[in-house]
Design a protein around this ligand. Structure first.
Ligand SMILES: [Zn+2]
Length: 98
């Protein structure tokens, strides 16, 4: 995120739109995308954004890993502490993004 983006954020108090804050809009859609709940057009928008936005792509990668672990843990026992480590990693990413 650039300084220009922050200036826009300070002025934006209305609900976020893709034009105003594409990163927030993209992150809000990530889980829906992973659950295949988006329309094809929305999927294309999200993929386009991820392709040009490394921070969002990193968040996407974490969510993919998290989701695959959750899915796997339904079939076998997840290692103790893994869930906590994932949550801590997610928090660190969110903090670093601000
Ligand atoms: Zn982004």
């Amino acid at each position: 995120m650039t300084d220009d983006d922050r200036a826009v954020d300070d002025e934006a108090h209305a609900p976020l739109t893709i034009d105003e804050d594409p990163c927030s809009a993209a992150l809000q859609r990530l889980w829906s995308y992973l659950d295949k709940e988006l329309t094809p057009a929305d999927e294309d928008d999200l993929r386009d954004h991820l392709a040009g936005c490394p921070p969002c792509l990193a968040e996407y990668s974490i969510d993919v890993v998290l989701k695959s672990i959750v899915r796997r843990s339904c079939q076998e026992e997840a290692p103790a502490g893994l869930r906590v480590r994932i949550q801590q990693t997610l928090l660190q990413v969110r903090v670093a993004d601000q």
